[in-house]
Write a protein that binds this ligand. Structure first.
Ligand code: NAP
Ligand code: GDD
Length: 342
């Protein structure tokens, strides 16, 4: 049987790596695009041992001609997973125009290219729970109104609706997965969960004095990235093109996440103070190991996200397997295993 061909944008990112691994196991030919030709940022693919099985192409999402070149070159692509984005919410406040151009209009550029070169290609858009922003319903599902709170989230709303529009206007198989936060040992170090797991392991190795964080009261619905990427594929295998929310249905604060890490690392510590003066101190030597720094607060924050993935449970026959405790264990175990080897 002829191999199916998948193109993944953002192959060097967390989800790109896990999705590539999953599709390779399913015997797909995987084309991975990245904005740079240098391979230095492919540590995730190397960690998974799949770097040599991927066909790499350069594609900057801001350049129409680079996108067209790929679809001209590979006429038989079956599925496109658009995972590339300026994906860090904090950066989007400093770089709103670039974020809109890449995270928002980037999706439109790909859809336009697919429409021109081969509208039969199935398209997956990486939509985000950040689109719900200051939430308007207690549990967020596919029909919850969007209320974005950052240039990143606004760009994702644009990409989300442009995907819907290409599905409705041109009858293309174009869908969005509205994924709630998903983490893993392959998470970028700037995101809060990985910043915490890496920071605490550095502290234990005397390579860091004190970890500085922002709003530790924010709450997120955290799932496991390796599990979530499989659902991107499932969405493209359905007869009907439709959007799905993927979430665990449970939420925890950043503080809860820290406390799970402390248990696993057997660090005995207690919180003292309030607000910006809140600190975590070790109970054995009273040393401060976590403090709050206002520079990590966002101009407008998303305080709480809590997904309702009932539709995915029913139609994709899915239920989340990894809860917060297991997720933290997976992340800490890998952090220790690979610390100093990267
Ligand atoms: P990630 O690790 O930050 O990966 C983003 C990828 O986009 C990287 O490969 C990055 O390349 C690439 N990229 C950035 N700017 C680009 C540009 N101008 N042109 C081409 N490529 C560019 O993100 P992730 O966690 O894997 O997430 C994957 C997608 O899902 C993103 O679109 C994200 O917004 C979305 N999403 C993520 C979550 C989550 O919790 N992880 C939840 C909902 C939605 P470099 O390596 O060169 O930077
Ligand atoms: N990054 C970071 N660093 N976040 C911190 C810190 C810190 O030092 N201290 C507190 N936080 C809080 C943020 O203010 C936010 O409320 C929460 O931790 C989570 O921040 P991130 O881990 O940066 O993720 P995010 O929720 O903003 O965005 C991620 O999830 C989205 C899905 O909801 C990203 O992966 C987005 O690309 C994705 O769309």
């Amino acid at each position: 049987m002829k191999k199916k061909i998948a193109l993944i944008t953002g192959i060097s990112g967390q989800d790109g790596a896990y999705l590539a691994q999953f599709l390779l196991k399913k015997k797909y030919k995987v084309i991975g695009t990245d904005r740079r030709s240098a391979r230095s940022n492919f540590w995730r693919l190397r960690r998974l041992g799949i770097e040599n099985q991927i066909i790499f192409e350069e594609m900057e999402l801001g350049e129409n001609c680079e996108i067209d070149r790929i679809f001209k070159k590979y006429k038989n692509i079956n599925e496109v997973y658009n995972l590339a984005a300026q994906s860090f919410v904090a950066t989007s406040f400093n770089s709103p125009v670039n974020t809109s151009n890449i995270t928002g209009i980037g999706a439109l550029r790909i859809l336009e290219s697919i429409r021109n070169f081969n509208p039969k290609i199935k398209f997956y858009q990486a939509s985000s729970s950040e689109m719900y922003g200051e939430i308007l319903e207690k549990y967020q599902n596919e029909t919850t109104p969007l209320n974005p709170r950052s240039p990143y989230a606004i760009s994702k709303v644009f990409a989300h609706f442009v995907t819907k529009n290409y599905r409705e206007a041109y009858n293309m198989f174009a869908v969005s997965g509205i994924l709630f936060n998903h983490e893993s040992p392959l998470r970028g170090e700037e995101f809060v969960t990985r910043k915490i797991t890496l920071g605490l392991v550095k502290l234990l190795n005397n390579d860091l004095d004190c970890l500085e964080l922002g709003n530790i009261n924010a709450k997120r619905d955290w799932g496991y990235a390796k599990e979530y990427v499989e659902l991107m594929w499932s969405m493209l295998q359905k007869k009907k093109a439709e959007d799905f929310v993927i979430a665990t249905g449970r939420h925890h604060s950043i503080k809860d996440f820290i406390e799970e890490c402390l248990k696993i690392l057997n660090i005995k510590a207690k919180w003292i103070g309030n607000g910006l003066n809140k600190r975590l101190i070790r109970t054995d030597d009273n040393k401060t190991i976590i403090k709050i720094n206002s520079k990590y607060f966002r101009p407008s924050e998303v305080n709480l996200l809590h997904g309702d993935a009932s539709k995915a449970k029913k139609k994709l026959n899915w239920k989340p397997k990894i809860n917060l405790k297991k997720l933290v264990k997976i992340m800490i175990d890998d952090e220790i295993k690979y610390y100093k080897n990267n």
